[in-house]
Structures are given as structure tokens and as C-alpha cells.
Ligand binder design. Structure first.
Ligand code: 13P
Length: 229
């Protein structure tokens, strides 16, 4: 299983350092085949040691240049970062990232060999119309994306399940992941209100290769409970 923690706009450099100490202590008991990723905010990026991969939540598709407030590949290279989240619904919705821009970013970081966790997910009004509509919606989020790229994973995160405490049901996850598996042979993570009380059920689904966790990853002890469950 893959366990990825997306801190979003939480934690500082100082609290991330404390977090990693605690995480590393607990990871001594992790199953060897399990893989852990953490995505702290950019200001907390540094060289950290441990049995996990450090990635970034975002970067701009440019080597370096004039894009005020953004970081490009050169800034990530300094910290040997080569893992990135792309397409998160919060960036699509709050920051108006279009599919065209998201795919540009995907292709830019693909060219540099980055490991990409590519996020997709439907809003509630689409889910309420039924499974077929969901798949149609998700397929559009693959426009311009090379699904044969060997260094990427899909994270299926229904928007209505993010930060709401209401995860998708096992049936919804199975139906959606099975369809996604027909499209791509890459690993598929589920994200959206994954927590201590549902990790056993969600991780036991065959087509769930891992989880992308927001709220329940913010405290190292909580995240460890998911990883070591
Ligand atoms: P929550 O686990 O807080 O629902 O967030 C999921 C998510 O958006 C991870 O990227």
C-alpha cells in the first residue's frame, strides 16, 4: 500500500521537522512493501532523511524565470525533489487551474522524469447523476495526460468527500477504480476523508493501491495509525 500525506496549507518548517522525527520513529514498524509519501508546504521543504519520499504539492511548469510567487524546476532541483502532486481539486477550483494548464504541468514534469501523483475527482452534482456520468467526467480530466507515462499514479479524490468526513462508499470506490483500471495500469490511490475508522475497509479493496490523506495525515501519530493499521 501507498500512504501519501498532503499537508495542504498546514504545518510550518518547525512543526514539519518535529513531525518527521515522530514519523521516522513510527516507520520502523512499517511493512517493507508499504511506501510513504509526505507533501508539506513549500516553505518546509528541506533535506530530510527517513523511510519516506518527500514531494511538493505544486510547482509552476518553468525551469526558472518571471512568475511571481511560484517555484519552478530549478528550485525543486536544489532539494532533489522529483515527486509532485498535479491536478488537485483545490487548485482546479480555488486557483482556477484549467485542464489545459494541468496537462501542461503534467507534461513539463513528465519530461523531467518526475514521479507524478495525478489527482482527479468529480463534484457532488456529477456523483448524484450516477456512476456513468462520473466516469465521463473523470475521463475529461485525462485530456492531454499521457496515461502510459510509467512514473505516475492516479489519485481518485471525489470533491464531495474531501475534508467532509464523508468518504466514498466501498461500492463507489470499487466501481470507479475498476473503470479507471481499464484506462490505465498505473497504481490508483483513493483520497477523501480517509481516517483511522475507515482505513482497514478502504485498503482492503483490491483496486485501491494506496491512499492520499489530508486531515488525518496532519498529526504524525494519526498518520502512523493509518500506515501501521
Ligand atoms: P481529506 O483527507 O482531509 O479529506 O483530504 C483529502 C485530500 O484532498 C488529499 O489530497
Amino acid at each position: 500500500m501507498i500512504y501519501a500525506g498532503n499537508f495542504k496549507t498546514n504545518h510550518t518548517r518547525s512543526s514539519t521537522i518535529d513531525y518527521i522525527k515522530e514519523l521516522n520513529f513510527g516507520l520502523k514498524d512499517k511493512k517493507e512493501e508499504d511506501k510513504v509519501y509526505i507533501f508539506p508546504p513549500l516553505t518546509a521543504i528541506d533535506f530530510y532523511r527517513g523511510d519516506f519520499t518527500l514531494g511538493v504539492q505544486n510547482a509552476y511548469p518553468i525551469e526558472s524565470g518571471a512568475v511571481t510567487g511560484e517555484v519552478g524546476a530549478a528550485q525543486l532541483e536544489e532539494f532533489k525533489i522529483n515527486t509532485i502532486l498535479i491536478g488537485h481539486s483545490e487548485r482546479r477550483e480555488l486557483l482556477n487551474e484549467t485542464q489545459e494548464f494541468v496537462s501542461k504541468k503534467f507534461n513539463f514534469f513528465k519530461k523531467r522524469g518526475f514521479e507524478i501523483i495525478y489527482c482527479i475527482g468529480e463534484p457532488l452534482e456529477i456523483r448524484e447523476k450516477g456512476q456513468d456520468g462520473v466516469i465521463e467526467y473523470l475521463k475529461k480530466q485525462f485530456m492531454g495526460i499521457d496515461i502510459d507515462y510509467s512514473n505516475f499514479m492516479i489519485a481518485y479524490e471525489p470533491i464531495w468527500a474531501i475534508g467532509t468526513g464523508r468518504s466514498a462508499t466501498v461500492e463507489e470506490i470499487i466501481a470507479t477504480h475498476n473503470k479507471l483500471k481499464e484506462l490505465s495500469n498505473r497504481p490508483i490511490l483513493y483520497g477523501g476523508s480517509v481516517k483511522e475508522t475507515n482505513i482497514a475497509e478502504i485498503s482492503s479493496i483490491d483496486s485501491v493501491d494506496g491512499v492520499l490523506v489530508g486531515g488525518a495525515s496532519l498529526n504524525a501519530d494519526n498518520f502512523l495509525k493509518l500506515i501501521l493499521h
